[in-house]
Every structure is written in C-alpha cells, then in structure tokens.
Design a protein around this ligand. Structure first.
Ligand code: AMP
Ligand code: ZN
Ligand code: FE
Ligand code: FE
Length: 282
C-alpha cells in the first residue's frame, strides 16, 4: 500500500518532514508522498529518511486555486522537485500571498474583537513560513473563542464566515500547466470539497481532464466506501487515475493516520505506477 497525501511542519502538519516516512514505513507503506501546502521545503529531509527506511518518497505539494464558477479547489502536484522550475517559482509567489492573507486574517479577527493575534498564530505554527488557517484555529481554541479546530472553521474561518479572507490566485488549468512544465502531474484533492454532486461533479471532473489533470483523489481518508466508489467511477469515465491518500496532518486532524486514514484506507501500489505513467515525456 501507499499514501499520496500527507503534511509536515513545513506547512500545517505537526510532525517534521523526516517523521512522515517513518510513520509510513511503520504502517506498511511502500511509498509515501509529502504534499505540504505551497512548499517543497520538506522533500529533502523526507527523501533522505525514506531512503534509509527502504521506501519511496514521492515529491509533492498541495496548492489552493479558484475553480471558476465553483469555488476553492485543492490540487496535489506530484514528481516536482525543488530545483527552481516553473512550479517552484510560483510557490514563492503563493507563499507571499499566504503571508498577506494571514496578516489580513489577523486584522479581521481584531475587527471582530477576538483576542487572537498574528503572533498567537505564529506561536502555534512555530514559524511564519507555512502558517495557515489551522494555526489561527488552534490559537482560537487556546484563547477559548472556539471549542475545537473544526468549530473555529465552522464559525469563523471557512469560506463565507466572518474571518474568511480569500487567497487563491490560480485556476486549476494554471496548476496543471505549472506541474506539467515541471515534469510532474496534477491531481484534484478531496473532490467533494468542491461542494458539487451528481452531474455537476461529473462536469467539473470532465473539465479537469480537459485542463490536463492526471487524476482525482478518490480514496480519501475521510470519505465513505460509497463516496470512494463514486469518485473511482468518475475517474474511469474521464480517463483519470483514481489516486488516494490520508491527508495526514498529525494533531491538527487527529482522526487521520498515515497510510490507514481512519483505519480503512488502503491505496494499492499500482496507483503510483499509473500516476508515473501520466508524467510528461522528458
Ligand atoms: P490555508 O491553506 O491556510 O487556507 O488552510 C488550509 C487548511 O485548512 C487545510 O489543512 C484544510 O484542511 C484546513 N481547512 C480548510 N477548510 C476547513 C474546514 N472547513 N474545516 C477544517 N479544516 C479546514
Ligand atoms: Zn493542511
Ligand atoms: Fe486540502
Ligand atoms: Fe492536504
């Protein structure tokens, strides 16, 4: 088995990057992807540890973008290296946007009269680099304005809630183009987050295929067997790889383990072979 979706302290996970391959190997995975938000900075440490353990590190990242007419979409990019390619260049801009968004988010919390500052979120994140909404959520829990991270999102931080500040500058086609130009592939993460179902979801997946996406994340840590099956069918219908992963974040999403998700995740090795087959010819 493999796991194609994990986060480390480089973004909003709670384990250092080298710990991810250790958890993957312990869970029985032959390969694991590190997919931090907007950054490739953990890949070196993760790859070195994976090599020691005799498993494969799939280099990756997760990028938020705006799906026209739909809303926010998360895209996983795989097989991209931190070598200054077009994707790595864009990630530098995205991290700048993230910082501006975080500053505006903090200003919004102050306007709302909530006792949570930018510095409080930095304290949760460890550093400003890779800081995001989950760190604000953790600070809000600590300050007693939310009971848990989900509550902080539901009442303040999610799209449409009072402390939400939009960040995405790219559309899915941009991400697919950047990934491909960097020798990699693009995959839609947790497709039900688009908020679509039935024919609308199918149209969105068809559009992604047209934009050069290689796959959709069908076997996701928090999806039911029925949802996974529906997404697998959609992937087949539009010629996409049905990928899978846990979206492990450590303590920020305590219900999800590397490799096994909520206990019932099992992504077969052949998914990685299929994904490799979608890489652009060198
Ligand atoms: P950011 O990139 O800083 O906007 O934050 C993205 C992170 O927030 C990801 O880890 C998401 O899983 C998490 N997140 C986004 N929306 C929600 C939500 N409604 N509930 C819980 N976590 C969320
Ligand atoms: Zn995250
Ligand atoms: Fe995501
Ligand atoms: Fe993720």
């Amino acid at each position: 088995m493999i796991d194609l979706h994990t986060h480390s302290t480089v973004s909003d996970g709670s384990d250092p990057p080298e710990r991810i391959p250790e958890l993957a190997a312990a869970a029985g995975c032959r390969a694991v992807a590190l997919t931090d938000h907007d950054s490739l900075a953990g890949l070196g440490a993760a790859r070195a540890r994976a090599a020691e353990l005799g498993i494969t590190l799939v280099p990756g990242c997760e990028i938020s973008c705006h799906f026209p007419g739909v809303g926010s979409a998360h895209v996983l990019c795989y097989f991209v290296e931190d070598d200054g390619g077009p994707l790595a260049e864009e990630l530098i801009l995205l991290r700048g946007d993230r910082r501006q968004r975080n500053l505006r988010l903090a200003a919004r919390l102050e306007e709302l009269g909530l006792p949570v500052t930018y510095a409080d979120a930095v304290a949760e994140a460890g550093t400003e680099e890779g800081m995001g909404r989950p760190h604000f959520a953790a600070a809000m829990v600590k300050a007693g304005v939310a009971v848990d991270i989900q509550d902080a999102f539901d009442r303040f931080l999610s799209a449409g809630r009072p402390a939400y500040v939009r960040k995405s500058r790219l559309v899915p086609a941009d991400v697919a183009r950047l990934a491909t130009a960097s020798g990699g592939v693009a995959v839609l993460a947790h497709p039900f987050s688009l908020g679509l179902e039935g024919a609308d979801l199918a149209s969105a997946v068809e559009a992604l295929a047209g934009w050069g996406f290689a796959g959709i994340e069908a076997v996701y840590g928090r999806y039911s067997p029925r949802q996974r099956q529906e997404l697998g069918n959609l992937a087949r219908r539009f010629g996409l790889v049905a990928t899978g992963g846990s979206d492990y974040h450590g303590t920020i999403k305590p219900d999800l383990a590397v490799g096994t998700g909520r206990g019932d995740l099992k992504v077969p090795d052949k998914v990685l072979v299929e994904l490799e087959g979608r890489r652009p010819a060198a």
